[in-house]
Ligand binder design. Structure first.
Ligand code: PLP
Length: 397
């Protein structure tokens, strides 16, 4: 028996473990201090009432022979019609027309960002932005694919554009980006689409944070941009949109027009899913179907607005201090340049010790993250306000 040796090439990610350990050590040494975590990457607001009601009704269905549900419908890879059509309608509101068989229900974006790779040879070269959500690099490393990076930095506003001299076969784009909060306009995405087409490459577009986008010039779906349907797969999630991080549901769009080497990627994905996946629970799917109802959209936007206000508090504080940052306006993440040339971990220690505020060192998300720092809007309004006051007092000194 031989193991997949590619696993040995994975870099250990000490980022969140080290943040947790350093925070715990500080709290133990200073039990009287009120430490505020602006490092939370998870949602904190509860599910929308309309979602909870739909899930309760679905549980009740499961309690009676007449309405009990087993495996989901085969023909849609176990996605229920109500959910698929609610997603189709949500795309229509963005001006995007999808066929129902282009929508695949999943247990979240993280799984599909990795699972989709089953469709592709490990000889493909993968292009990732740096910094970005670390799961893309890890999933490709497990398969032994070569990874090249598009450098995101202060000069390009953490929105790298394609370099025509670089060859890539699979291109991940995360917009709005985790950790930088930077988001592409439709025009910028068109440049990426043209680049992908010039190479016959595929874009994997991670839209996990699309519901935070308010600026009308920014794309919420890559399919808002002409020409995307034959070169892009889009991966979406209810996690940040509707607080489903603990419920688990997402959806992936694989258009019918997407073909490579004569094969339909839609058919390959359907085959992959029906072999290795048995669907998302009925109760979860019914909850998710309520998210894009009229009432659902109103209720989830209240939670998103809550986080958006927190992001605004943080952004305003940084504006007052004259600190450079991206994100915060169309994203729950604020990505700031560490003051006084501090490196990411030095600033982490300084904020923890002097302001009792915890953030995430940017260097943990890629080499270009060094000297930057991520704060998130997922805390409570009170703690965010208090953290902003403390940071202001500290950095004004
Ligand atoms: N994609 C990005 C960019 C993320 O930041 C996250 C979670 O933080 C995910 C995907 C994971 O989403 P899900 O909870 O749907 O698996």
């Amino acid at each position: 028996m031989k193991i997949n040796k590619c696993f040995l090439d994975l870099k250990n990610s000490y980022l969140f473990a080290t943040v947790g350990r350093k925070t715990a050590e500080y709290k133990k040494a200073h039990p009287e201090k009120d430490v505020i975590r602006l490092s939370i990457g998870d949602v904190t607001r509860p599910l929308a009432p309309v979602v909870v009601d739909a899930m309760k009704r679905a549980v009740e269905d499961m309690a009676h022979t007449e309405t009990f549900k087993g495996y989901g419908p085969d023909q849609t890879c176990y996605g229920y019609g109500e959910l698929i059509s609610s997603i189709q309608k949500s795309y229509q509101r963005k001006g995007v027309t999808l066929e129902t068989n282009e929508i695949f229900i999943s247990d979240g974006a993280k799984s599909d960002c990795g699972n989709i790779l089953d469709l592709f040879s490990n000889e493909n070269i993968v292009l990732l932005p740096d910094p970005v959500y670390p799961a893309y690099a890890d999933a490709n490393t497990m398969d032994g694919r070569k990874i090249v990076y598009a450098d995101a930095n202060e000069q390009n506003g953490f929105l790298p554009m394609p370099d025509p001299s670089v060859h890539a076969d699979i291109i991940y784009i995360c917009s709005p980006n985790n950790p930088t909060g930077a988001a592409y306009t439709r025009e910028q995405l068109k440049v990426w689409i043209d680049y992908a087409k010039s190479l016959d490459a595929l874009i994997i577009f991670d839209a996990a944070y699309e519901y935070f986008v308010t600026d009308p010039s920014l794309a919420r779906s890559i399919y808002e941009v002409e020409g995307a349907k034959d070169c892009a797969i889009e991966i979406c999630s209810y996690s940040k949109t509707a607080g489903f991080t603990g419920v688990r549901c997402g959806y992936t769009i694989v258009p019918m027009d997407l073909k490579r080497e004569g094969a339909s990627l839609n058919q390959l994905w359907a085959r992959r899913q029906s072999t290795k996946f048995n669907g998302v629970s009925y109760v979860t799917q019914m909850g998710a179907a309520a998210v894009f109802s009229e009432e659902g959209e109103t209720q989830i936007s209240r939670n998103i607005e809550y986080y958006r206000k927190n992001a605004e508090l943080i952004g305003n504080m940084l504006d007052r201090l004259g600190i450079w940052y991206t994100g915060g306006k169309n994203s729950p993440y604020i990505w700031l340049k560490c003051p006084n040339g501090m490196d990411s971990w030095a600033f982490f220690d300084y904020l923890l010790e002097e302001a009792n505020v915890v953030g995430t060192p940017g260097s943990g998300f890629g080499k270009n993250g060094e000297g930057f720092f991520r704060l998130t809007a997922f805390g409570t309004e009170e703690s965010t306000r208090e953290a902003c006051e403390r940071i202001s007092r500290l950095l004004q000194k």
